[in-house]
Ligand binder design. Structure first.
Ligand code: MG
Ligand code: MG
Length: 256
C-alpha cells in the first residue's frame, strides 16, 4: 500500500535524514587514498551511534555491516572490507539509520583523490539525474514520471540505468511501497500522493546496464566492470515541488 505520512511522522523521518546526511559528510572527510572501506564503515557506525541512532543495515536480511561501501564497478551493497582505496577510485557510501522508530536512508558516491574526467562526469550526471527525479516527484505524478526523468537525463550522456534495483517508500520500514524505478514511462506506475516519503536513488553505469550478483549474495557488479555511481536522497512528495529531507549540503560544504 502506498501510504502518505502524517506531518508528525515526517518530522521523525527528517530527524533520521539529518543524521544520515551528517554521517555521509563525516565519511566524506575520511575518503582518501590509503584508507580502507572498513575504516569508513567504522567512522559511520560510530557517528550514527553517537547520535543515539542505530545503523539499520546491520543485520538487515543478514547484511554483515553498518553501511554499504561499493567501490568502482560495485553498483550497490558492497561489504566494507580491508580494500585500500587508491587515487582515482570512487566509493559509494550507502547509509541507513533507525531512530525513534523511523528510518533514514541516503547514499553518496565520493571520488578518491583525483579522478579522471570520464569518472567525474559519471558522478556529476548521476547526481544531477537524482535532482531530475526529485523535480518529477510531485503530488499527482506517478513513479514512471520519476523514472523517466532520471533515465532520459542519464542516457542523454551515453550512460545506462541499472534496472534490477530501485528506490522505495520510507517510514517505519526501510523499504515500503511504492518501488521507485530509475527508468520508466511518463504517466505510468504508482500515483504519488501528497505526504508520501520516498527515496530516489539512481544507479548509473558508465558502460552497459548489465549487472550481476557476486558470490557473496550481496554485492551487485557491472557486467562489463566499468564504474557505477549511486546517489540517494529522501524526499516528501508535495504539491508543486518535493521537499528534501536528506541533503548533500553537509558534504558539499567540505568541497567533496
Ligand atoms: Mg540507501
Ligand atoms: Mg534506499
Amino acid at each position: 500500500m502506498v501510504k502518505p505520512k502524517t506531518e508528525e511522522e515526517i518530522e521523525l523521518l527528517r530527524e533520521n535524514a539529518i543524521i544520515v546526511s551528517k554521517t555521509l559528510a563525516e565519511v566524506g572527510k575520511w575518503v582518501a587514498p590509503g584508507v580502507t572501506t572498513a575504516r569508513l564503515n567504522e567512522v559511520a557506525e560510530t557517528f550514527i551511534r553517537d547520535h543515539g541512532a542505530v545503523p539499520s543495515f546491520l543485520g538487515f536480511e543478514g547484511f554483515p555491516a553498518a553501511t554499504c561501501m561499493s567501490v568502482n564497478d560495485v553498483v550497490v551493497h558492497g561489504f566494507p572490507s580491508d580494500y585500500v582505496l587508491k587515487e582515482g577510485d570512487i566509493v559509494s557510501a550507502d547509509i541507513g539509520t533507525l531512530y525513534k522508530g523511523y528510518n533514514g536512508d541516503s547514499a553518496y558516491t565520493f571520488p578518491v583523490g583525483e579522478v579522471d574526467a570520464a569518472t567525474r562526469k559519471l558522478l556529476d550526471v548521476t547526481k544531477a539525474s537524482l535532482y531530475k527525479g526529485i523535480e518529477a516527484a510531485v503530488a499527482g505524478a506517478r513513479t514512471g514520471d520519476i523514472g523517466h526523468a532520471v533515465q532520459s537525463y542519464a542516457e542523454s550522456f551515453g550512460f545506462s540505468v541499472v534496472r534490477e534495483l530501485e528506490g522505495h517508500g520510507l517510514g517505519k520500514e526501510m523499504h515500503e511501497a511504492p518501488g521507485v524505478p530509475n527508468y520508466g514511462r511518463q504517466g505510468h506506475g504508482a500515483r504519488l500522493p501528497e505526504g508520501l516519503v520516498i527515496c530516489i536513488e539512481p544507479m548509473i553505469n558508465a558502460g552497459g546496464r548489465g549487472v550481476y550478483l557476486a558470490r557473496n549474495g550481496w554485492a551487485v557488479h557491472t557486467s562489463d566492470h566499468k564504474k557505477s555511481a549511486h546517489f540517494e536522497l529522501t524526499v516528501v512528495v508535495r504539491h508543486g515541488h518535493a521537499e528534501q529531507l536528506s541533503t548533500f549540503d553537509y558534504i558539499e560544504s567540505t568541497g567533496k
